[in-house]
Structures are given as structure tokens and as C-alpha cells.
Design a protein around this ligand. Structure first.
Ligand code: ME8
Ligand code: MG
Length: 509
């Protein structure tokens, strides 16, 4: 069976979800929904990263166990995904006992093969970032990331010898041009790998310093947490959370979608771990760009963190989804502003698309009593455009070019608007001689709306389902097969259409 496995990062459970998290998750959702419409078996995974010092600390200050604390926090993510209409098939938590068991098996295998070794570490450590730092990393004797004081420590730890796989990774990236996308990010990783020697990766913490992690199977005095634990989720989920797991081998994934902030961990740590385990690498890691807000970095102290729930309440879930994927080519950095959002809602959604739907349905009532008329001719230009968009969407989405997919779909929106202006159904309706022409014109524009509902469904699941029902379709749009249904003429004459509320109300500035 043709399968499609796509993942988001697992977000730190103590983060308050904002548009950055929403962005990655919506992008994966569009891909998952699109591939379901293509008839593929889809596994769309998201979840939370729950171990580590920060969670342990903030649980302690609340008088809770870390697990109880995390149990509360995951609701922030789960409820946001529901509000955003995210169609994930599973939600993984690194505190799931099944996940821990898989991680332990992986670690034992790497210990047995000599890829994990114990040795003494002496150097600096930043408690806030939970990171070991070399002398050269320090800035004014402080952590270069958070600018806090660092501790000097000397302790035994377990290390993953990832340096062994450096050459093999370079070769893999060079022979698989789509492994890391966009191209600029691929070149960055290659540059990094060719210019620096990969060190060994410390994967453990002594229990007395950090207990909130997964115990090492070969040494009870240590736990592993964060990267080794977190990256493994992409594999462990296929062992206990995936749909049809007894008949489909989901690993390796088609796409790991991440922000550019965590590209090194994904492309280097995870790939070398997989080499050492002897398992296949994911087909693609896509690192998208960074959102700023009104030109500034999002931060709690500036107070400009955009709350996706507020966006949904104010502007609607579909306009927000649409905006994030239309505004910036996926891969590049973007800037969020309410003004840009409102402009797109008013001009593209309310005016171009929403009005089109309203106008067409109103005319079907006016001229044909709400019944889809029988066409007399086939409008070949419109048919060719409408059917051809499916291939164009597939091509665009292969490289996550959501804006290009939307541009292709918008050609049909514009074409149909122009067609209505040129054929002027209101004039045809005045003359009984033009009755047949009017039937063809009206059939064609309703049929075009049917294509638009299908193509836009992955981007705007809720509004397109409404439109689908207005077009007299009884099925769930999410269950439609595009390969069958994106054929001109599938709309049955005689179908009763329904009037509804405007799909995208205009927003007053
Ligand atoms: O890094 N713009 O989790 P995290 C765009 N737990 N995307 C953004 C963003 C922004 N301003 N801010 C956040 C972690 N993101 C680890 C991951 S995976 C095995 C472990 C998104 O909660 C983007 O996808 O810090 C980024 O990679 C992710 O949130 C980081 O989430
Ligand atoms: Mg982060």
C-alpha cells in the first residue's frame, strides 16, 4: 500500500503554544489531508517532549510530580490542535511507557555494538539550557545561548560516538538531494559537516542531578532525556501508535517537518543514531523558516507572542490556516501582522472566493430553482484548467510549496470570476433563446466550485465542507478520493444546491 508518514517536532510540554507551533502543525495537517484525499494510507504524528530539568523544576514549584504536571500541560496542545482542526492520527508523549521501552531497547543495542561508551566529562554546563559547553563556546564566561552563569563539572557520563558516521552522513546527503530541504538548509548542514569534526554526544545525566528521564537499561544511576529520548519518538510511535501497524511498516517516515532551529539535531544526531542502529533514514527532513511578529522576535518579555486561539476566535480557523501558508513561501522566514492577515481575508477569501460561491449559488436559485442544470456543451478551457490543478498541487506539495499550490487553485478562482463577468448569465437569462447557453454557463461555474471545495479542503477543512454541502453533496469531503472525483462532469445535473451564510465574512479594519 502507498503510505505517507509525516511528523511534527514533539513540542516541549512546558511551552505555551504560539503561532510557531501552530505553523508547523498546520503545514503537516495540510499534507496529511491532501495525501488522504489521494487515497494513501496516512500516519500523521505530533506530540510532546516531556522529560528534562525544566519540567522537573516547574513541577516541583507547583508541588506536583513531573508526570502530573505534564498531564495538565498537554491539554494546552491538545485543545489547540482540536481548535485548529488538526487531523493527527496519534499524539505521542515521551512519558508513554511504550516509548520508554523502545528507547531502552535502542540504547541497549547501541551499547552492545560499542556505539555508546562511558567516559569522564570535565567542562562547563548550563543548567538552564541543559547543555554541555566547551571553553570556546562560552561568552564572557557565560552560556552563549541564555547568557546565564555556567557550572564547572566533572562527572562520568555515557556518550554516543556519532563521529564514526560523519563521512557516511556526508555521502548520504550528497547522494540524496531531497533528504534535507530546502536546498539552502541542505548546503548549511553539508558545510557544517565538512568543516568540523563531529564530537561524541553526551546522552545521559546522573540520576542525582536529574531523575526526570528514561533510566538507562545498563546503568540505573543514569537517565537519558531530551534529544536521544525525543528523536526516538518518530520510530517508537510506529511500534505502538500508528494505524494499521500490523499490516503497514511505517518506518522510515516520508517527512520530518521541523523549524530551522532544530535542523542539526534532526539531520545529524538522528541520522547517525539510525546509521548506528542499522535502520533506514527518513526520506526527508524539511526545515521551515521563522516567524517574527511586526518585525520583531516573538518573546514573552516584549509581550508580542501571538496566541493562535485568539486568532481563531477573532478571524476564524480557516482564514488563519490559509494565511500562514499563503503569506510566506514555506522554508523562508516570515513576518506576522494582523493587517496582512485582514487584507488577505478581505481580498482573497471574502472577495475572490467567498463572493464567487455566494453569487453562483444565488444564481442557481434565481435561474434554475436551486437545481444544477444540464450542460449542453463542455467548457474545455475551464475543464482543462480545473483537472490540471491536481498534478500541479502534487508537484508543489512534494517540495512543500504551499503558496504555489494555492496560486494554482486561485487561477481557477480568477478564471471562474472572469468567465461569469464575460458570459453575463443575468443577460442570458433575459432571453429564452439563450436558455441552453445559460445552462452550460451555470453548470460550468457550479462544477468549478466543486473542484475548488475539493482542492482547498486540505487548507480550509471547515469552510470547504460547508461549501460542499451547499453544493448538494452528501458525503464527507475528507473521505472523497481526488483521483476519482477531480474529473470534470462528475457533478450530477438535478442536484439541489443550498443557500448558506457567507463562507468568509469581511473583517472591518
Ligand atoms: O525544540 N517560527 O520543541 P519546541 C516558526 N522538543 N516555527 C516555530 C517558531 C517560530 N517563531 N517557534 C517555534 C523542541 N516553532 C524539541 C523538539 S523533536 C524530536 C524535539 C516551531 O517546543 C518549529 O517547528 O521548542 C520549531 O522547530 C519547534 O516549534 C520547536 O518547538
Ligand atoms: Mg524551542
Amino acid at each position: 500500500m502507498d503510505k505517507f508518514y509525516i511528523t511534527t517536532p514533539i513540542y516541549y510540554v512546558n511551552d505555551v503554544p504560539h503561532i510557531g507551533h501552530a505553523y508547523t502543525t498546520i503545514a503537516c495537517d495540510v499534507q496529511a489531508r491532501f495525501h488522504r484525499l489521494l487515497g494513501k494510507a496516512v500516519f500523521f504524528l505530533t506530540g510532546t517532549d516531556e522529560h528534562g530539568q525544566k519540567v522537573q523544576k516547574s513541577a516541583l514549584t507547583r508541588g506536583l510530580s513531573p508526570k502530573a504536571h505534564a498531564d495538565r500541560l498537554i491539554e494546552n496542545f491538545k485543545s489547540l490542535w482540536t481548535a485548529l482542526n488538526i487531523s493527527n492520527d496519534a499524539f505521542i508523549r515521551t512519558t508513554d511507557k511504550e516509548h520508554a521501552a523502545v528507547v531502552q531497547t535502542m540504547m541497549q543495542q547501541l551499547k552492545d555494538s560499542g556505539d555508546i561508551v562511558r567516559r569522564q566529562y570535565e567542562g562547563w554546563y548550563c543548567t538552564h539550557d541543559e547543555m554541555f559547553l566547551a571553553k570556546d563556546d562560552l561568552k564572557d564566561n557565560q552560556c552563549p545561548h541564555c547568557h546565564r552563569d555556567v557550572e564547572h563539572i566533572k562527572e562520568d557520563n555515557y556518550f554516543f560516538l556519532m563521529g564514526k558516521y560523519q563521512d557516511r552522513l556526508i555521502e548520504h546527503i550528497e547522494s540524496h538531494p531531497d533528504f534535507i530541504l530546502p536546498r539552502t538548509r541542505r548546503n548549511e548542514v553539508l558545510g557544517f559537516l565538512k568543516n568540523a569534526e563531529l564530537g561524541d554526544l553526551c546522552i545521559s545525566r546522573p540520576v542525582q542531578r536529574l531523575s526526570w528521564g528514561i533510566p538507562l537499561p545498563f546503568d540505573q544511576d543514569y537517565v537519558t532525556y531530551v534529544w536521544f529520548d525525543a528523536l526516538s519518538n518518530y520510530y517508537s510511535a510506529t511500534r505502538y501508535l500508528s494505524p494499521m501497524r500490523y499490516s503497514v511498516e511505517w518506518w522510515p517516515s516520508e517527512h520530518h517537518v521541523i523549524g530551522k532551529d532544530i535542523l542539526i539535531t534532526h539531520s545529524i544526531y538522528w541520522s547517525t543514531m539510525l546509521f548506528a542502529l542499522g535502520w533506514p533514514l527518513p526520506h526527508n527532513i524539511f526545515a521551515h523558516g521563522w516567524w517574527t511578529v511586526d518585525g520583531r522576535k516573538m518573546s514573552k518579555s516584549i509581550g508580542n507572542v501571538v496566541d493562535p486561539l485568539e486568532m481563531i476566535q477573532t478571524y476564524g480557523v480557516d482564514p488563519f490556516r490559509y494565511f500562514l501558508l499563503k503569506e510566506v513561501p514555506f522554508g523562508l522566514d516570515g513576518n506576522f501582522s494582523r493587517e496582512a492577515l485582514i487584507n488577505r481575508i478581505n481580498s482573497e477569501l471574502a472577495n475572490d472566493f467567498g463572493n464567487l460561491a455566494n453569487r453562483v449559488i444565488a444564481m442557481v436559485f434565481k435561474y434554475f430553482g436551486g437545481k444544477v442544470p444540464e450542460p449542453v456543451q463542455e467548457e474545455t478551457a475551464m475543464k482543462t484548467l480545473a483537472e490540471g490543478i491536481l498534478d500541479r498541487m502534487q508537484d508543489a506539495l512534494k517540495t512543500f510549496a504551499f503558496h504555489q499550490a494555492l496560486d494554482a487553485i486561485w487561477e481557477l478562482v480568477s478564471h471562474t470570476n472572469k468567465y461569469i463577468d464575460e458570459t453575463a448569465p443575468w443577460r442570458l437569462a433575459k432571453d429564452p433563446q439563450h436558455k441552453e447557453r445559460l445552462q452550460t454557463v451555470m453548470y460550468s461555474v457550479i462544477e468549478a466550485l466543486r473542484f475548488l471545495a475539493m482542492y482547498l479542503h486540505p487548507f480550509m477543512p471547515e469552510s470547504t465542507q460547508k461549501l460542499w454541502e451547499q453544493l448538494g453533496q452528501q458525503s464527507q469531503l475528507a473521505e472523497v478520493n481526488l483521483i476519482d472525483k477531480a474529473k470534470w462532469g462528475k457533478l450530477l445535473p438535478g442536484t439541489l444546491v443550498h443557500k448558506g451564510k457567507p463562507l468568509f465574512p469581511r473583517i472591518d479594519k
